[in-house]
Design a protein around this ligand. Sequence first.
Ligand code: PBG
Length: 332
Amino acid sequence: MIDTSSPLVRPRRLRSTPAMRRLTSETRLNPAELVLPLFVREGTSEALPITSMPGVVQHGLDSVRRAVTDAASAGVGGVMLFGVPESRDAIGSGATDPDGILNAATRVVAEEVGGALVVQTDLCLDEFTDHGHCGVLDALGRVDNDATLERYREMALVQAASGSQLLGLSGMMDGQVAAVREALDGAGFIDTTVLAYSAKYASAFYGPFRDAVESTLVGDRRSYQLNPGNRREGLHEALVDIEEGADIVMVKPAGGYLDVLADVAAVSDIPVWAYQVSGEYAMVEAAAANGWIDRKRAVHESVTGIRRAGADVVLSYWAVELAGWLNRGDFA
Ligand code: PBG
């Protein structure tokens, strides 16, 4: 019988001093594993606040230059650029215009920090279409998968030519990884890396992002993004993308999908990333602004949880701020 007056096993030993806790920590965060998403808006040179994402802004071409320089100094691994165009049309022409805001911003950012971190771009049509869908529509108003792949191929070439080193395929069209890989290789962009947003769920937590990109979405994305209740399907999507030649797979959102993340991480032989999305950011910011939560600890803990579940890299709107804390040794 176990003598309860003196436990034989005392797990608290490993938590007894700060030095012991530091030594036995299983998950450590490093600035290099963080990627900062950035919004660049056409027609502004200075930063404009985003109401639903306090602390995040829509950049102009001047302010984004400073933001990426700060990101590079903080040691983050990369920046992911999103464009906010002034005008939109049915096929998202701005996405493939070499002078469209995303491509113009990519050239600026690549010139500024292309050697210091990985310059990444969102490859999706939703910011550029007037109906707000991630693809082009057929005569019945449905998202036309294969016609969209043609647009993604064109986008890939323009983004690569603009200096993007890593393309974030976030549209959830079937066959998008293979289509983009083939287009890139055919044009000689053999080193341009493909990040597949493999398990991207139809999530309410993208709400603030839609403000950030001034989305005009009509309807919803449930015919192409995953059903939040589906775990097996998330894994399936990742395996398909690996088969199609993805360099990196991603799960998104992160916090509510840690089981899917762990599933993918358990079988993937390529890097697994996760996107801590706008709604995850906004929830912590709102609670902190009300004094209901310790903001700094909540930020650190939320990203730690995502890393612990299996993400090698985390896209987070807190990337630079968190990197700053890590560089100072605030959580050591
Ligand atoms: C699509 C895209 C979205 C996000 C990233 N890429 C929006 C969507 O699918 O509706 C959301 C990111 C976030 O909420 O932070 N281009």
